[in-house]
Design a protein around this ligand. Sequence first.
Ligand code: NZQ
Ligand code: ZN
Length: 392
Amino acid sequence: MQNFSFYSPTFFEFGKDSETKAGELVKRFGGSKVLIHYGGGSVVRSGLLYRVKKSLEKEGIDYVELGGVKPNPRSGLVYEGIDLCKKENVDFVLAVGGGSTIDSSKAIAAGVVYNGDFWDFYMGKRIEEALPVGTILTIAAAGSEGSPDSVITKEEGMFKRGATGDAIRPKFSILNPALTQTLPPYQTAAGITDIMAHLHERYLTNTKEVEVTDRLIEALLLTMVHEGPRVIEDPNNYEARANIMWAGMMAHNNCVGVGRSQDWNSHDIEHELSALYDCAHGAGLAVTMPAVFKYVYKHDVMRFAKLAVRVWGCQMDFDNPESTALAGIACLENYLRSIGMPLSFKELGAKEEDIPKLVESLCYGNGRDGNIYGFVTLNKDDCEKIYKLMVR
Ligand code: NZQ
Ligand code: ZN
């Protein structure tokens, strides 16, 4: 195991009606003038935004609002949010929505206190300072409610890139699984896929002897395998949603990723798809993950075979471990198909003729050096071959 530091100070309020604590929590974490940031309207239609405002008013907390965050959030609204916060002397950013809203809130929070262009952080500068952020989560997916990360798309060039820093870890996150019951099934499934991707990208490591985190990741994957179909069959299954919601947080606050190298090639390759086609990130991952895994599994056949046996219940073939590894990848594909996810370029709405553009942006866009680095270092040719595996 590698040496590591782990700092995850987010306060979690989990369960039914927990959003009624929003005002109390903002006050506890020092907010007196709040930016309420939200997406395209689901929180207005569900009445959540109204309840949150009431909770702030009850505590005498002043607020301004900025809605309109799009899935795959854009830099334009971040600049707008930064200006608004400066003009209104906002001292706390409250995200009400999914990963996109949370990421946009984190970008605003970092940008307000930074004397430069917030995009510097998405070019690799670490975020050291930010306004405090709180979240009220409405979809189990990105894990941004417990992560130090934010992913934004820059409209000029449509570069989708991530920034990181403990300063943007939420001070608190409110997780009420019942709030996710209004999700369309496709978004629920995309969220499940994203959570499973976060687990796979940590499982694919080159670090030896990491049994504790291997076992934790396997447990979370087994939970997703069990709960995913239950929630697709019955969207009102609170208990299944509760298990998925907490698994989603644990999958990405890095408690199961410490002390080991991680992958993230599938995420990098997917981000080009959601940047170009504006597809759901999880749906893009359903197409990307199996292609990447089929391309790289020979790098460590036994790691894939172990996953196949422990998570998917495949029989280990010691004479031919490659067949076990491939059987596990096939199980993942079947699972993704069963919850309604796409598996090919065609099903996602992506086009084969765009592959050169995707590869160019992935390998050279926004300052990249021609490779992407993870479980396996992939160059331009590798990435082209991986995108081609998705055309079927
Ligand atoms: O915008 P509204 O109207 O709220 O609708 C949203 C949106 O259309 C809808 N939705 C959310 N909760 C709902 C709901 N509809 C009905 N009822 C509810 N309860 O769902 C759609 C998707 O929302 P979005 O916030 O985009 O989903 P998600 O949480 O999957 O976030 C995706 C973004 O997170 C990034 C992705 O790249 C993508 O941009 N990621 C962020 C990470 C992080 N910060 O740590 C890590 C991830 O790997 C990921 O890259
Ligand atoms: Zn993700």
